[in-house]
Design a protein around this ligand. Structure first.
Ligand code: HEM
Length: 435
């Protein structure tokens, strides 16, 4: 009886759902994300020109994907409006996209990025202090020392792959140091994060053996990381230090302690958010400065004056994070469309960051662009990237060290891209220098 009711409900939902996609564009298909970045951006431009947000149906895969379907927000004004209005555009049940099935949160806990205030604000407050300019100034010396060591190693080994030798090393070191993860555990942590992010983004062919293998690897990686942090958390509860894990396990928000699950999901969030994003910004940055030598020369002509604008332009131009999602809590009009409560929207940052309504010559990489109101760190609102200033500091220190000690530094060939609709990732980038 219940099965029949559910089937009927599904049929009604299918019949009343708008047609999926438009003009041959399918943001849900992995084939879309496998195309060169310029072609994807051209499709986003076509979607922007359509005006009204386009609906994309997502396949439902039992136990794996909710298969809810979403409207794509591709205009800057719409992404900003949805980010700002968190009461109507909720981050629950999940802001990560595609939407994970409900059992995942039950087993592994919910990271704060998938929560609304006041729960979200309560958790954000616990870690916020670690990201203030005052606290970041304290770790600047450690970031500098790590950048120096990375370049020492490049000089000793010779240049092969910029991602493995440079871009992947700094962010993982920094976030692990902040969390108090011992040096010897870091390669293991990095391998677990890679396994988690390999299975990311919007995937169409979910039933393929490769996708299922990736899914298994992803879940196993989460379990491994949760085990590691549970052990670390126990140790820090007994013997607190000044790291983030100590702050998390000894926090007492509203008289409650963080549960083991809450701790685990916090840990995943900070590791994934603090690692992939900055790594990809570094790798894309080197490629951009190689393809645009005039901009590199402009930067190197007055590094301190130019680097701030250069970092914002890298993040705008590249959009290291491609999308986050929201669920409507009530009927609401946006971008010429009347949404219903329960509808899903996905905020596509690369599309918003190239919107000609806001950015003159949006496809030009211009480190002097001002103002540069990009949404690469998310739109304004309660979920605006917590680690943006940390990422800025890492990029500033790393590029200075690289360009000072490796004259003629440049990418030496085309990057290999991560196949993902979530991370705009580079997995390999050959590089060289003349010194
Ligand atoms: C270039 C680097 C980075 C980019 C492009 C980036 C991008 C983003 C974006 C787009 C969001 C918005 C999520 C939403 O609106 O739902 C976000 C949130 C977040 N980011 Fe970043 N991020 C970067 C670096 C970092 C770093 C270094 C950390 C440090 C741990 C970090 C931690 C976070 C956290 C914890 C959130 C969730 C905030 C909340 O829900 O209140 N990010 N980031």
């Amino acid at each position: 009886m219940r099965a029949a009711q559910e089937r009927r409900r599904d049929t009604v939902a299918l019949n009343s759902a708008p047609p999926s996609g438009k003009a041959g564009i399918d943001l849900v298909s992995m084939a879309f994300w496998d195309r060169p970045p310029e072609q994807r951006l051209a499709d986003f431009a076509r979607l922007r020109e359509l005006g009204e947000p386009v609906y994309f149906a997502e396949p439902r895969v039992p136990f794996v994907r909710s298969g809810t379907g979403f409207y794509a927000l591709v205009r800057h004004a719409d992404v900003v409006a949805a980010s700002r209005n968190a009461k109507v555009f909720s981050s629950e049940p999940a802001a990560t996209s595609p939407e994970p099935p409900p059992w995942l949160a039950k087993v592994f806990g919910t990271p704060m990025v998938n929560m609304d205030d006041p729960r979200h604000a309560r958790l954000r407050r616990i870690v916020f202090r670690a990201f203030t300019p005052k606290m970041l100034a304290k770790i600047e010396g450690d970031i500098q020392a790590t950048a120096t060591r990375i370049v020492d190693d490049v000089l000793a080994e010779g240049p092969r792959d910029f991602v493995a030798q440079v871009a992947a090393r700094l962010p993982i070191h920094v976030i692990c140091a902040m969390m108090g993860i011992p040096e010897r555990a870091r390669p293991y942590v990095l391998s677990r994060i890679d396994a988690m992010t390999e299975y990311s983004g919007v995937r169409g062919s979910l039933a393929s053996p490769r996708t299922l293998r990736l899914l298994y690897g992803n879940l196993k990686a989460i379990v491994d990381l949760h085990r590691l942090v549970a052990r670390l958390g126990e140790a820090r509860r007994r013997d607190p230090s000044d790291d983030l894990v100590s702050a998390l396990v000894n926090a007492n928000p509203d008289g409650e302690r963080l549960s083991v699950k809450e701790l685990g999901s916090f840990f995943d969030l900070l590791l994934v958010a603090g690692n992939e994003t900055t790594r990809n910004a570094l790798a894309h940055g080197l490629k951009l400065f190689t393809d645009h030598p005039d901009q590199r020369d402009l930067l190197l002509g007055d590094y301190d004056a130019r680097i701030g604008g250069a970092i914002e332009e890298i993040v705008r131009y590249v959009s290291p994070i491609i999308q986050f999602r929201r669920t409507l809590t009530e009927d609401h009009e946006l971008g010429g469309h009347r949404f219903r409560a329960g509808d899903k929207v996905v905020l596509f940052y690369p599309a918003a960051n190239r919107d000609p309504e806001v950015f003159a010559d949006p496809d030009v990489f211009d480190i002097t662009r001002s103002p540069n109101p990009h949404v690469g760190f998310g739109g304004p609102g309660p979920h605006l990237c917590l680690g943006a200033n940390l990422a800025r500091m890492e990029l500033k220190i790393m590029f200075r060290e690289l360009y000072t000690r490796l004259p003629g530094l440049r990418a030496d060939g085309e990057p290999e891209y991560l196949l993902s609709g979530f991370d705009n990732g580079i997995t390999r980038l050959p590089f060289t220098y003349t010194g």
